[in-house]
Design a binder for this molecule. Structure first.
Ligand SMILES: Cc1cc2nc3c(=O)[nH]c(=O)nc-3n(C[C@H](O)[C@H](O)[C@H](O)COP(=O)(O)OP(=O)(O)OC[C@H]3O[C@@H](n4cnc5c(N)ncnc54)[C@H](O)[C@@H]3O)c2cc1C
Length: 411
């Protein structure tokens, strides 16, 4: 059995550590924050193999000026940061060819279709299966034309076995009566799911990991110490930690560590926001996605959450809660009756790769180092499948999917 250190106690790090611990390894997770308090804290909670459609889609470039000029739009670039984001944005643009998009969707569906199968054993073991719901969700469009404009995305899903049922305005009203009748049509995805509290999921799995003998240390990782054979210890703000095997799950901060190990990666902070209504007085039987605004409204145990937005401003820039206010305005349009007396706003950093695929696999130069980061918009749905793959690799088992599309040196 190996002495393994995992950097990062987000959902990816905790799911990975949990699968490694199930194999009997001596596993330590190191994070400067308590588990689940960074990007994994406040996401929309969607667990969906239907998320196999990449963000970089043919024609997206033509939509960008409209997104940027619309104050209610889903995209914002802080112009002083633009030169730094440019190389990533150019790679994003070169990922939008149809052939590549088809391949990306193939890779993503292979990973994401395992989400329930990989999450459930962890949740069952931790006694928190109640957090995972498989109610399906709906995606709604203001106009039939807007739906037709998304035809390729729906074809990509259907071609890969995702059940997507077209619904009209009356069917939308039956499924989610509280939703305003602003929408001409939509799609119901009955097999998809969500979690009712992403933070509690990560924290509960983390607590179970510790009960099962894993260790979590709250420390800032400053550097990786290299020995003759490669990485051998972490240098932290509270001393040195030796390991046999290292797994990097540091979300958007993974780039600097991967670069130190010889694997420079295009990783960008794609910042998103949420507003959570703790007393919304709203009955929501399932999540609702407003496709044109690229946001989800999800019923959660702490209230109702609206989440979305993509902001390019770097990792450290202060949040611009004006982006959350945009979400709140959309919420009022979707659910005019929502009670907004108690709300909280949040910003999180999606660790995004330009081709919408995470990095999963071994470091190019070191046999004792593995990567599991860059999950972008799909870190919750992709976390447990990723963790299971990393455990397979560490154990010398062949993962049950082809992981070549996720290799770190694909760019
Ligand atoms: C608004 C929004 C909505 C989203 N909705 C969804 C959704 O519905 N479904 C979905 O699947 N995904 C969604 N996502 C994406 C998802 O939240 C992320 O992909 C996921 O949380 C990434 O998890 P992670 O473990 O890789 O990273 P993180 O949760 O960011 O964890 C990384 C950890 O590494 C630690 N770390 C970094 N550097 C160091 C260091 N030097 N020393 C010590 N610790 C360090 C950090 O403190 C952090 O805890 C959404 C994201 C946002 C922002």
């Amino acid at each position: 059995m190996k002495k393994i250190t995992v950097i990062g106690a987000g959902i990816v790090g905790i799911a990975t550590a949990s699968y490694l611990r199930r194999d009997g390894h001596d596993v330590t997770v190191v994070d400067k924050l308590p588990p689940g308090e960074y990007a994994s804290f406040g996401n929309a909670g969607i667990l969906s193999p239907g998320s196999c459609v990449p963000i970089a889609m043919p024609g997206i470039l033509g939509k960008v000026p409209g997104y940027l000029s619309d104050p209610m739009g889903p995209l914002k670039v802080r112009w002083p940061y633009f030169p730094q984001a440019l190389p990533w944005l150019l790679r994003f643009v070169t990922s939008t060819g149809l052939a590549q998009v088809e391949k990306t969707a193939d890779a993503l569906i292979s990973l994401l279709s395992q989400t329930f199968d990989a999450h459930r054993p962890l949740a069952q073991n931790a006694g928190c299966s109640d957090i995972i719901r498989q109610t399906g969700y709906i995606v709604v469009y203001d106009t039939k034309q807007a739906y037709r404009n998304d035809a390729l995305a729906w074809k990509l899903r259907r071609d890969r076995g995702v059940v997507c049922n077209e619904i009209d305005a009356d069917a939308i009203a039956k499924l989610v009566p509280a939703l305003a009748r602003n929408y001409e049509c939509g799609v119901y995805l009955p097999e998809q799911g969500y979690v009712t509290n992403p933070e509690r999921l990560t924290k509960t799995l983390a607590a179970q990991f510790q009960k099962d003998g894993g260790v979590i240390l709250q420390r800032d990782v400053l550097d990786i110490e290299m020995g003759a054979q490669g990485p051998q210890a972490l240098l932290t703000d509270a001393g040195r930690l030796e390991f046999d095997t290292l797994v990097l799950c540091a979300g958007v901060h993974s780039g600097k560590f991967a670069a130190k190990l010889g694997d420079a990666v295009p990783l960008e902070a794609e910042r998103g926001y949420h507003v959570t209504y703790s007393d919304p007085d709203l009955q929501l039987p399932m999540p609702v996605c407003a496709a044109q605004n690229k946001l989800f409204v999800t019923p959660m145990e702490m209230g109702t959450r609206i989440a979305g937005q993509s902001e390019f401003a770097g990792i450290e820039a202060e949040p611009d809660y004006g982006r959350a206010d945009v979400l709140a305005k959309h919420m009022k349009r979707m659910f005019p009756q929502v009670r907004d007396v108690e709300t909280t706003r949040w910003m999180g950093r999606r660790p995004s790769m330009p081709d919408s695929k995470p990095v999963i696999g071994r470091a190019t130069q070191y046999a004792n180092t593995y990567y599991a980061f860059g999950h972008g918009h799909i870190g919750l749905v992709g976390s447990a499948p990723t963790g299971r793959i990393i455990a397979d690799l560490v154990a010398g088992r062949t993962p049950n999917i082809d992981i070549a599309p996720f290799r770190v040196d694909r760019f």
